[in-house]
Design a protein around this ligand. Structure first.
Ligand code: SF4
Ligand code: SF4
Length: 385
């Protein structure tokens, strides 16, 4: 089969954040130092090579970019300052745009203005819709129960609708990822039962991000803080998602605090505040190699999340202390941040919440299949020596 080359692919990736790929001269130091590269998944050197060769169609079927957790050790080691860690990050952004069937992700990654305008438009529509609903049937002086400005059953239906939309888009994109990797990109036989055998990988990697902690295994002085904070941040927003999708009526009741539900909200808020402040601070200070180059989309994610937590806490305090009108107003502002943040997920870096564990799962299946057939040397779509 003919191999199609895209000579402008490096330029395309430039817009996703990979600026120095052409500097790489294939010494292989980056793969030597990488804590996750192995005999099957040889990165980041191989990814750099595929990029330099313009093998766009090969790259879209690879899992390697998802196996990198951006510890930055390869970029620190690279004698040519080709920044392989940032290249892997850029490839993940590009892959997200490839998996996305709507084409929205591509537009967002290419144009910050488009993304910001879309976020503002959705925020505005959400705010107007909430104001219209509130004033047409409720009172701004009532927070919950009969006559409430934004009654919890209405918010619950609204949340479920947004959640359903999100789940459908993500599911279609995840199937697309599976198709590219396991159908288009796999030339050897994969027994169906391996999908069952390795199924535990999905929840395991989703809830522990253990591989992220393993980024430190080759360091002389391991530093686990980024993994710990990232895990806390992820568990924080997953807990919040479960609370608003399932327990919103208990969450919104009050003013008395329902500890059985609110305690999880408080713990999640601690994780979210700590995580967003930590990542914003690092991106501002550029104190680690992985924070030296922030793509515009990285900022949108973390700043919106920070605003969500801030408005959520403020609204909660207003409600519990009897400032009902202010509680309703901050609730609308809170929703104006939440809805665009949620709807943006399939089209942004945040989609790695789904793609990363899925990649770990598919990588384990492929590796298992290869080991059984002893095809490891032929594992790569393109063998580079
Ligand atoms: S990215 Fe740097 S370390 Fe890696 S192969 Fe290229 S030149 Fe060598
Ligand atoms: S950033 Fe870390 S995990 Fe990613 S390729 Fe480089 S060394 Fe490997």
């Amino acid at each position: 089969m003919a191999i199609r080359v895209n000579p402008t692919f490096i330029d395309v990736l430039d817009r996703f954040g990979a600026e120095d790929v052409q500097l790489c001269y294939q010494c292989g130091d980056c793969s030597t130092v990488c804590p996750h590269a192995d005999e099957v998944y040889k990165f980041p050197r191989k990814s750099m090579r595929l990029l330099q060769m313009g093998l766009e169609k090969k790259i879209e079927t690879t899992l390697e970019p998802w196996l990198c957790y951006y510890c930055g050790q390869c970029s620190e080691q690279c004698p040519r300052e080709a920044d392989p860690g940032e290249t892997m990050m850029s490839l993940r952004r590009w892959l997200i745009s490839r998996y996305d069937f709507t084409g929205i992700a591509r537009q967002f990654f290419k144009s910050r203005v488009t993304e910001v305008l879309a976020i503002l438009a959705i925020a505005l529509l959400t705010g107007l819709f909430m104001l219209y609903y509130g004033f047409s049937g409720g009172s701004i002086h009532i927070y919950d129960g009969p006559g409430a400005f934004l009654p919890s059953p209405f918010i619950h239906k609204f949340d479920l609708t947004v959640g359903f939309l999100l789940a459908i888009i993500l599911l279609i994109n995840a199937i697309h990822m599976w198709y590219l990797v396991m159908v288009k990109g796999t030339t050897f036989h994969v027994p169906w039962w391996l999908y069952v055998k390795e199924l535990y990988q999905l929840p395991w990697h989703f809830f522990t991000q253990k591989r992220y902690s393993e980024c430190e295994k080759k360091r002389e002085h391991p530093f686990y803080m980024p993994w710990f904070i990232h895990l806390g941040l992820m568990l924080g927003y997953v807990t919040m998602l479960v609370l608003v999708m399932v327990y919103i009526e208990k969450l919104q009741s009050g003013p008395a605090i329902r500890w059985s539900v609110h305690i999880f909200g408080y713990l999640a808020s601690i994780g979210l505040i700590t995580g967003t402040v930590y990542f914003i601070r690092n991106r501002l200070k550029k104190n680690y190699v992985q924070y030296k180059k922030s793509h515009g989309t990285d900022w949108v994610f973390v700043v919106l999340l920070f605003l969500i937590v801030l408005t959520g806490i403020t609204q909660h305090i207003f409600h519990r202390t009897g400032f009902i009108e202010w509680a309703n107003i901050t609730y609308i502002i809170h929703l104006m941040c939440v809805v665009p943040w949620l709807l943006r997920m399939p089209f942004s870096k945040w989609a790695h919440l789904i793609y990363r564990p899925l990649a770990m799962y598919l990588a384990a299946i492929r590796k298992d299949a290869l080991l059984r057939q002893e095809l490891i040397t032929d594992a790569s779509p393109v063998t580079i020596k």
